[in-house]
Design a protein around this ligand. Structure first.
Ligand SMILES: Nc1ncnc2c1ncn2[C@@H]1O[C@H](COP(=O)(O)OP(=O)(O)O)[C@@H](O)[C@H]1O
Ligand SMILES: [Mg+2]
Length: 149
């Protein structure tokens, strides 16, 4: 049934668990797997902090490059894990915008027939069972959605 699995990743341990579940399903069903991470352009204040950090650590380039590199790292790790587990078609995409909106649009455009998403993410607020992205995606998705916790 599941031919085209979408796993949105934000680099959190929850999304990592979602990747493990998605990869396991893809390996069993022979599905294609697509990892998606949505980055935001850092605010002026965050950009300044990143720039300071880059100065101290003597890292060349622009703060945006660092954000991009982190996205690539998150995606690369998941891709390597998927290949190791024998998933044949592994893709990944970095996009920017509002995470839930981008994930929902992407799921539709790429004809995902299963979204595997973490219950929480990086912005973990104690006592909440679902984060805002997983809540919005699971409520509005037109495809089945597996929430991993
Ligand atoms: N920027 C993002 N890009 C891709 N996936 C995301 C992003 N943010 C959240 N997700 C997905 O949604 C899950 C839940 O995260 P979220 O709803 O943001 O919870 P929290 O409020 O704890 O951060 C994550 O485990 C991940 O699978
Ligand atoms: Mg979040």
């Amino acid at each position: 049934m599941f031919k085209n699995i979408l796993v949105p990743l934000d680099g959190s341990k929850f999304s990592q668990q979602a990747a493990v579940a998605g990869i396991d399903l893809a390996a069993k069903y022979g599905s294609k797997i697509h990892f998606l991470t949505v980055t935001k352009k850092p605010s002026a204040r965050v950009t300044q902090s990143i720039r300071r950090y880059m100065n101290v650590e003597q890292i060349m380039g622009e703060p945006e490059d660092l954000v991009e590199e982190m996205a690539r790292e998150v995606l690369g790790k998941a891709e390597r894990h998927a290949r190791k587990k024998g998933v044949k078609v592994v893709k990944s995409t970095a996009a920017s915008g509002q995470p839930a909106r981008v994930i929902l649009d992407f799921a539709k455009r790429s004809k995902a027939d299963l979204i595997v998403i973490g219950s929480r993410g990086l912005g973990e607020i104690p006592g909440m069972l679902l984060g805002s992205v997983s809540l919005k995606v699971s409520s509005l998705a037109t495809s089945p959605c597996l929430i991993v916790r």
